[in-house]
Design a protein around this ligand. Structure first.
Ligand SMILES: NC(=O)c1ccc[n+]([C@@H]2O[C@H](COP(=O)([O-])OP(=O)(O)OC[C@H]3O[C@@H](n4cnc5c(N)ncnc54)[C@H](OP(=O)(O)O)[C@@H]3O)[C@@H](O)[C@H]2O)c1
Length: 258
């Protein structure tokens, strides 16, 4: 670490302070976002935040009505595309290139949970979920990274889960897919840091969305989709020299009684 980096901004000369602070503003410039699974929940909160900050956004989903409503409300471009389908991913990336000229921020968010205990697992259901949560995430990123390497600067946000940090009953399938996303993220960090590409893995705890139906997660003291979007923006808005490799996000006091 250089002596300059080791000192705080206030210890630097006025010129150094301006230099240092200006690196915080890099994401204030309009960036080009691709957000998978952006039609509702955490992805939709990201679409809204990115649009409110003036960024260009393409997002995917499967439900045409939801896609259309969010696109109309935010001005983002929505595409019906299944991340488990290679042709759909090719079309999604081509649309980003056509409309925005590239991708600065890829948010790999599309995912769902199939849960069952060992002894009663449906392997076909587990494989179908891996096609979305793991192979879909890898396939679309595989198509985007060559472009990002050419740019020499970009960000990839992978949405894993706290279910991928600690095993639990019924977690063979979903938990394993999110452990995989964490391992994949670490591998990409090793490969992509030398290219100026940051890979940030986000592990949310329970968030109040439609994920898995409206269950006990939908409690006002648990996390909101926008809490995750805000966390992602905090990581993105750090100076480009700063990488937060993995962030777990929990509700502080979900047991509170109102
Ligand atoms: N909610 C939680 O408690 C929680 C906790 C930890 C991690 N996560 C993770 O966070 C991510 C988002 O979850 P969420 O809570 O926002 O869930 P959600 O409300 O169910 O939203 C999921 C989004 O992903 C899209 N999607 C699902 N499968 C897709 C596919 N094959 N191709 C393209 N889009 C697809 C859905 O699109 P359509 O609705 O249009 O089909 C929807 O926009 C997931 O990866 C999930 O595993 C969630």
């Amino acid at each position: 670490m250089s002596a300059q980096n080791a000192r705080s901004v206030t210890q630097n000369s006025p010129e150094e302070q301006i230099d240092c602070l200006s690196s915080f503003t890099n994401t204030m410039q309009p960036q080009r976002y691709l957000i998978t699974g952006g039609s509702q929940g955490i992805g939709a909160a990201m679409v809204e935040r990115a649009r409110n900050a003036g960024h260009h956004v393409v997002f995917t989903g499967r439900n045409a009505d939801r896609i259309q409503r969010l696109a109309a409300a935010t001005g983002a471009h929505g595409i019906a595309a299944d991340v488990a389908n290679g042709d759909d991913n090719a079309r999604t990336v081509a649309t980003c290139v056509e409309r925005m000229g590239g991708i600065d921020v890829l948010v790999n968010n599309a995912g769902y949970a199939y849960r069952a205990e060992i002894g009663a697992l449906d392997l076909a259901a587990m494989r179908a979920m891996f096609d979305v949560n793991v192979f879909g995430l890898v396939d679309i990123t595989n198509r985007v990274v060559p472009m990002m390497k050419e740019q020499g600067s970009a960000d990839i946000i992978n949405i894993a889960s706290t279910s991928g940090m600690k095993g639990g009953a019924g977690g063979t399938s979903y938990g394993a897919s999110k452990w995989a996303v964490r391992g994949i993220s670490q591998s990409w960090q090793s490969e992509l840091r030398p290219h100026g590409i940051r890979v940030v893995c986000i592990c949310p705890s329970e968030v109040q969305t439609e994920f898995g139906g409206r269950t006990g997660r939908n409690n006002p003291n648990k996390l909101y989709a926008d809490d995750i979007a805000a966390t992602i923006f905090a990581a993105l808005e750090m100076p480009r020299r700063v990488l937060w490799p993995e962030l777990a996000v929990f509700a502080n006091n979900p047991w509170k009684e109102d």
